[in-house]
Design a protein around this ligand. Structure first.
Ligand code: MF3
Ligand code: CO
Ligand code: CO
Length: 297
């Protein structure tokens, strides 16, 4: 008979055994060579966030380049009179031809290969027989899986010549994402991103959708953390190198309230005002950020 030895575990919040009076986690917890916790381990344990290594990043960058090429291809072909389902065909075939998989297809039952959201549709529009009209705005949101890695990006395009409301909401959404992206650097927080977006968009008299948020991406379509497009400076998870997430503000010309249509997917503004969105996949680097889906605007 032997007694199983019990290792006494010191809790993170217990007083440090060195007698400093500090909590263990603030003191010796990570100073013991053997038990030193890597940032990867800490972010996974505390937040379920999987940081990406240089090999992963290269793969996501490749997927991102394909997403950007696909968006550019769609931009070239977009015209009044086109059905939104034709955009689906273009994206589906281009993705497959490039040895990739369109992530939306069959994702939680989504029936198409791309989200196409016109005018008052905020996001998750299902391509169908709808014909694009001169003056419409249309968001095309593309996520491709290349060699197992995901990248996610979208742009809102004008169909033909836009009217003043279309110009306004698209410009505000575009400036919102730019401001959000610019805040990304190690030491800043998720809340800083949301604050930059919300404070700008609301100052322009627009509103920011709350129910849909940015998200970690790369190994899967939607990973932790969530990245709200509203928030407060200094709040939320601290950004560290190797984090990869989307920033994808949905900005409405009217109120922020939304409704989901009976198809279970299409999200529209409750007040039927125009809504625009832009999205990029962003990597936190040692000294700032890199877009892994760098469309130029
Ligand atoms: N691409 C969207 C996003 O930015 C998600 C679409 S889910 C789908 O997160 F099922 F509608 F494709
Ligand atoms: Co997307
Ligand atoms: Co996304």
């Amino acid at each position: 008979m032997y007694q199983k030895s019990k290792k006494i575990k010191i809790g993170r919040n217990d007083p440090c055994p060195c007698g400093s009076g500090l909590k263990y986690k603030k003191c010796c917890m990570n100073k013991d060579g053997n038990s030193a916790e890597t940032l990867q381990e800490k972010y996974f344990r505390d937040y379920n966030i999987r940081l990406k290594n240089p090999k992963d990043i290269e793969k996501i960058r490749n997927a991102g380049a394909l997403v950007v090429d696909t968006l550019n291809m769609v931009a070239d072909k977009l015209h009044p009179g086109m059905k939104t389902d034709e955009i689906n065909t273009l994206v589906h075939e281009y993705t497959i031809a490039n040895n990739a998989v369109p992530a939306p297809l069959h994702y939680h039952g989504f029936p198409k290969s791309v989200c196409v959201s016109v005018n008052e549709v905020i996001c998750h529009g299902i391509p169908d027989e709808l014909v694009l009209q001169e003056g419409d705005i249309v968001n095309v949101d593309i996520t491709s899986i290349l060699e197992g890695y995901y990248a996610d990006a979208s742009r809102t395009f004008f169909v033909g010549t836009p009217g003043p409301e279309a110009v306004k909401i698209v410009n505000v959404a575009l400036e919102s994402i730019k401001r959000g992206i610019k805040t990304v650097c190690p030491g800043n927080t998720i809340g800083d991103i949301g604050w930059a977006i919300q404070s700008y968009a609301e100052a322009q008299g627009c509103s920011v959708v709350r129910e849909f948020v940015g998200h970690g991406v790369g190994f899967d379509f939607h990973e932790p953390p969530q990245v709200p497009h509203y928030g407060r400076k200094g709040k939320g998870v601290k950004l560290v190198p190797g984090m990869v997430f989307t920033i994808e503000p949905m900005v409405n010309l009217g109120k922020k309230d939304l409704r989901i249509l009976s198809d279970g997917w299409t999200v529209v503004t409750r007040d039927k005002s125009l809504s625009a969105q832009f999205e990029q996949t962003i990597l936190v680097t040692d000294d700032g950020y890199e877009s892994l889906t760098p469309w130029v605007h």
